[in-house]
Design a protein around this ligand. Structure first.
Ligand code: SF4
Length: 304
């Protein structure tokens, strides 16, 4: 990351493939144990019913076709020629035999211009057999496995009805690390009952557990979610942009330079957002963070 404020995903992918590489989201029809009744039915408090599907994704269309259409859109917008197939919404290792997963992931990798795969899932939705499959694929291709940790405090996870514990996250990382898989953790900052120190400590713990990267989100409230009702009732609040940036300024210098920051702000479609309004200012948010980091002389890894 020489000369950079932090190690971003684009730089990481460019370093590995020698050119710009973008993710193409696909919906392969998975569900989630916190929606199908195994862990719960209502889902996490903040989850919208699409399970965080990208706007351009058409879930009824076969994955190969979704990839073709997604690549076309992204190539037109950004002029890139290589892509990561991103199994994004819901829990993309859950509820199907490992042979089905193998067929799905390997088929995606056979599509033209697909450089690797990224798989979003929950820490309680993996098994040794799934990890062995991913490790096998990772011997030849890039495999990014994203675990939705969200918080490392059980009382916070309970408050948002996440349906798994920090111990589940520890076990998932224990099972997955050291196998050539790029392990990323999702953390939401601003969850009810968590202090900035807890949030920073959670990220540091995940590094100790073997995280290679992070997606950081601020808690934003989407319409028609339980979080919206809790927000309206004053049971939860949202961070101001300055408060969130302050937390990032606390976390980033504590992360080793090798840690890849896949995302630094949560994103949401304007029509589904309830709060905070600043969520929609995608470029402004990043510009402000970078300005603050520069002004304060903060760089990733400086306080490890
Ligand atoms: S685990 Fe993901 S898909 Fe499932 S309810 Fe929570 S946020 Fe939604």
């Amino acid at each position: 990351m020489s000369g950079e404020l932090y190690t971003g995903l684009n730089g990481f992918l460019h370093g590995r493939f020698g050119e710009r590489v973008y993710r193409v989201s696909v919906d392969a029809g998975f569900t989630c144990p916190n929606r199908d009744g195994t862990k719960g039915r209502g889902g996490c408090a903040y989850c919208n019913e699409s399970g965080s599907r990208a706007a351009y994704v058409e879930p009824k269309v076969p994955v190969a076709e979704q990839l073709r259409r997604g690549k076309e859109i992204i190539a037109r917008m950004y002029g890139v020629r290589k892509f990561i197939a991103y199994f994004q919404p819901y829990s993309n290792t859950y509820g199907v035999p490992v042979e089905t997963l193998e067929h799905l992931y390997r088929s995606a990798l056979e599509e033209p211009d697909i450089a690797g795969i990224a798989i979003g899932t929950r820490p309680d939705a993996v098994s040794p057999a799934i990890i062995e499959l991913l490790a096998d694929i990772a011997r030849e291709r890039l495999v990014i496995l994203e675990y939705g940790a969200q918080s490392m405090r059980d009382d916070v996870l309970e408050r948002i009805t996440r349906g798994h514990t920090a111990a589940d996250t520890e076990a998932a990382f224990g099972m997955s690390r050291g196998k050539g898989i790029h392990l990323a953790a999702h953390l939401i900052f601003g969850l009810p009952g968590e202090t900035p120190d807890d949030m920073i400590a959670g990220a540091i713990r995940l590094v100790e557990l073997g995280a290679d990267g992070f997606k950081f989100h601020h808690l934003y409230i989407e319409k028609n979610t339980r979080a919206e009702r809790m927000y309206a009732a004053g049971e939860i609040g949202v961070l101001s942009r300055d408060e969130y940036i302050e937390i990032l300024c606390g976390v980033i210098p504590r992360l080793p330079e090798r840690i890849v920051l896949h995302r630094l702000f949560g994103q949401c479609a304007p029509e589904t957002l309830a709060a905070p309004e600043w969520t929609l200012d995608k470029n402004g948010n990043l510009d402000l963070l970078r300005k603050v980091l520069r002004e304060r002389g903060i760089r990733q890894g400086m306080n490890v």
